[in-house]
Design a binder for this molecule. Structure first.
Ligand SMILES: [Mn+2]
Length: 141
């Protein structure tokens, strides 16, 4: 299992490859706000653990294993953003909060959150009912 830090790298590399077709050390460093030397170090570890390989001219390429986990990590991030959005968390807090919690939930919890998001999405009166409760709670503060 990748560590939280490895997960951040795999997630960002997956996104960069999806968007640009390749991931360079400088792009990864910028996306994660870290020093390029940290990227080089981590990429060596990810290579050793078979999440990616370095290919001359193409840069880093995710292996099948790296792609599979990368896809799940991106799904997890997006799902948690969706959840926080549905429950009324302010936009400015969403990204940072998701970055803080995403590595600390089991896939069991992620799947149950998937059910919950579906529960709200299938019937928006459920979101309205939640907003009603929030309104009541705010007026009690
Ligand atoms: Mn993330």
């Amino acid at each position: 299992m990748p560590t939280p830090s490895m997960e951040d790298y795999i997630e960002q590399i997956y996104i960069l490859i999806e968007e640009k077709g390749y991931a360079r050390v400088s792009d990864i460093a910028e996306a994660l706000s870290v020093h390029p030397s940290s990227v080089t170090k981590m990429v060596q570890k990810l290579d050793k653990d078979e999440y990616l390989v370095y290919e001359k001219y193409r840069g880093f390429v995710l292996t099948a294993k790296g792609k599979k986990i990368g896809k799940r990590l991106v799904y997890r991030h997006e799902l948690l953003e969706q959840l926080l959005n549905i429950i009324g968390v302010k936009d400015e807090n969403i990204y940072h909060d998701v970055e803080g919690i995403e590595h600390h939930l089991s896939w069991d919890s992620i799947d149950r959150i998937g059910d919950l998001v579906q529960f709200f999405e299938e019937d928006h009166t459920r979101i309205d009912a939640l907003k009603e409760i929030q309104k009541q709670n705010e007026s009690e503060d």
